[in-house]
Design a protein around this ligand. Structure first.
Ligand SMILES: C[S@@+](CC[C@H](N)C(=O)[O-])C[C@H]1O[C@@H](n2cnc3c(N)ncnc32)[C@H](O)[C@@H]1O
Length: 276
């Protein structure tokens, strides 16, 4: 992108200069904070998302904003991260995973299990796990986390547009959702019984000192694609430690961890069993 005309908050122009040096700086910062390896082609996306934040914080240039971020940071780091994550998700995304999960749960439904959805975004993934557990008659405690606090707030609320839940079918809608009326027309909320099965918290997969332990399964889907290979390896080592022996790691459709056979062995379509 060529540098656009520099403007200041309060002026009518939307344009703020964003040059290659600004983009490189953003790339380095988000990589250090969240592990996200922004592709060079993402410059327009970064401009779109961060220029909004510049206006909200009344900074006149990317340099000012980034200087302030690095100087005083604080809560603004979380806002910066929230701006730069990609949160695309849906209910029962990659349905074969939920078929496998149901089969696993039905083997011994009375056994108490723990499952972690570690890049849960707006909650569709952990609620799909909860629905699968409820339909299988299994006792499952579900932990869900994400680095992005804005999507976590949406996940906790469990409110979705009807068009995003209609594909679940009439039976699941009746069992697990309450349809909104009046001001909430066109929306549906996950029923309290299902919401209570899921505990949400903010968690950065890059953080040191993981306390995650003894999970029977971890859903770590469509997040590792944003990490470089050394970061993927680091996270995989920690996920290995977070799973029980024989526990399952559910990965995204374009994530392949076959080269890490010392940690995980492929056992189904993008599903790995903890090695050792
Ligand atoms: C594309 S969504 C995937 C959502 C869901 N797992 C799925 O497959 O539908 C990726 C999610 O990873 C989260 N994420 C990115 N970097 C992260 C990190 N370092 N730690 C935890 N979550 C992260 C993002 O905030 C985003 O919500």
């Amino acid at each position: 992108m060529t540098a656009a005309a520099l403007a200041y908050p309060g002026t009518s122009s939307q344009d703020v200069a964003f040059d290659a040096a600004d983009f490189q700086r953003v790339r380095a910062l988000i990589r250090t904070k969240a592990g996200i390896d922004l592709h060079p082609g993402k410059q327009n996306m970064v401009y779109g998302r961060l220029s909004r934040r510049l206006r909200e914080t009344r900074h006149g240039s990317f340099r000012d904003y980034l200087d302030a971020l690095e100087r005083t940071g604080g809560d603004e780091w979380q806002e910066f991260i929230n701006c730069l994550t990609t949160n695309l998700t849906s209910f029962f995304r990659e349905p074969h995973h939920f078929e496998l999960l149901a089969a696993e749960l039905k083997k011994t439904p009375a056994t108490a299990r723990r499952i972690w959805s570690c890049a849960a975004s707006t909650g569709e993934e952990p609620y799909s796990i909860a629905m699968t557990a409820a339909e299988s008659g299994a006792s499952v405690k579900i932990d869900a986390s994400d680095i992005d606090t804005r999507v976590l707030a949406q996940a906790r609320a469990g409110v979705y547009a009807m068009e995003n839940v209609s594909s679940l079918g009439a039976e699941r809608l009746r069992c697990f959702f309450q349809r909104g009326t009046g001001a909430h027309e066109g929306k549906a909320r996950v029923k309290a019984e299902l919401r209570e099965r899921v505990s949400f918290r903010a968690f950065n997969l890059l953080a040191s000192g993981w306390d995650a332990r003894d999970y029977d399964a971890v859903f770590c889907r469509n997040v590792m694609i944003y990490f470089d290979r050394p970061t993927q390896r680091q996270v995989l080592e920690r996920l290995h430690g977070a799973l029980r022996p024989g526990g399952l790691l559910y990965a995204g459709h374009s994530e392949n961890f076959s080269e890490h056979r010392d940690l995980f062995v492929l056992t189904g379509k993008t599903v790995y069993r903890r090695a050792g």
